[in-house]
Design a binder for this molecule. Sequence first.
Ligand code: NOJ
Length: 514
Amino acid sequence: MNNWLNSAIVYEIYPQSFNDTNGDGIGDLRGIIEKLDYIESMGFNVIWLNPINESSFRDGGYDITDYYKVDPRYGTNEDYRELCNAVHARGMHIIFDLVAGHTSIDHPWFIESSKVEKNEYSNRYIWTENVCEGGPGVSGYAQRDGVYIQNYYWCQPALNYGYAHPQAPWQLPVTHPDCVATKEELKKIIYFWMDMGVDAFRVDLAPTLIKNDFDGSFTKAFWHEIRSCIEAKNPECLLISEWGKPALAIDTGFHGDFLLHCCHPAYTSLFRHEAGRNVISQYIGHSYFDQDGKGNINDFLDHFLEQYEQIGERGVIGLISGNHDIPRIGYRRTQEEMKLVMLFLFTMPGVPFVYYGDEIGMDYMEGLPSKEGGYIRTGSRTPMQWNDEKNRGFSTSDTPYLPTDEREGAPTVSSQLADDNSLLLFVKKLAMLRKENPELSGVSDLNILMPGYPFVYERTVNGKTFFIAMNPSKYTHYYDMPELKNVIASQHVERDGKHLVLNGVSFIIAEKHV
Ligand code: NOJ
């Protein structure tokens, strides 16, 4: 892997909740530009913004009405260009969220497509032949007779890239000129944002574009074609999928994919099984990073190692602290527990993706009414907590996008910058460690010494070995004393003669004598 993703430390920003500079209560691009110093100084070298295109905001911006325009709530296209330039001036990279599979029902293409009269956009979306003919879609929406196939929510009609194996007359083959036209439009959109300065695309719902693709071969041909077009224009520009099957995604043409992601069993087995964290009903059981010590790290490793070995050096696995779709990792976790989580994400092979606010351990806000299609996800999208000023420094407005966490003791950037022992400064330390040892990231050697409580492993980089041990449980565990030379950080760890004593919620990271 010799691209920049291998040494990336990504910071995901939900733009409406990050920093509002014009006082309208909604975060904006200028607000992100203003905070680049902060982001860079914490060690992040890549930012990923959730969609910034013009939208009807029935799904937080994942319902686009104009692919070529920044939504006015965030600023202008020029602001975006300026953001890209400012990112590049710092030697950083920027990832664009590409919602390739669907638009909003308010997109002009869809309005045209809904008409009875045939026009250029009649087949831009997938419509059955009459309203009685079902499918995973919405019927009786328009004068046009037919059901439109939805890609996600009802307001997100699927764009028509065609069917690998059509099974009805209205299912057009991928070679149909109207499906090819949709693909060509996607290329135009990609080129447009590449010209703006984008360094990578995170492709929303990446496997869903071609329908009835039972063995994935058409999807593979599709993304390889897109990748060649991107490479021809700029070989440094990369593709990251929202898929959840990294080995398959990388075979399909992507440079990286997420393993820890939404309701993926690898993610829940680490962080979200415990009934007490039961924000979403399927998170029941015991996860590894719980103090009850009843989780099993092998539930994660079984998924992870299989993917890691299949991928080799061909791509990277994204390891998320969280994202805009799931309960925050800080929910019901102490700052000490959070340090173990971050140590894990920053020292396992792969690329850490830190969701804004997780670096200070922001909480999931329970019981908020759904905002712009957020539903249960709304509690993970509350404004960034910068300081103790109005709205935690996010906005001067009396009506911020979502309420800020005003509880006493809620973490803020300013309080954590002033505390040497804070989670934020620990994250910064880990980020700097990765930067100084770039091969510690992405794909260098992983040697698992003990897959349990404690979880003990080594990473070897250019002849240098890092030793990592962690015990998320509340019980004390022992490990034969290794020969350590330089302890980089530790928490609740002691030495007793021959052993490392890992007390409850403890960790150590050190360089090892080899
Ligand atoms: C995945 C995105 O992460 C999520 O927020 C969105 O609702 C769906 N895709 C649909 O675009």
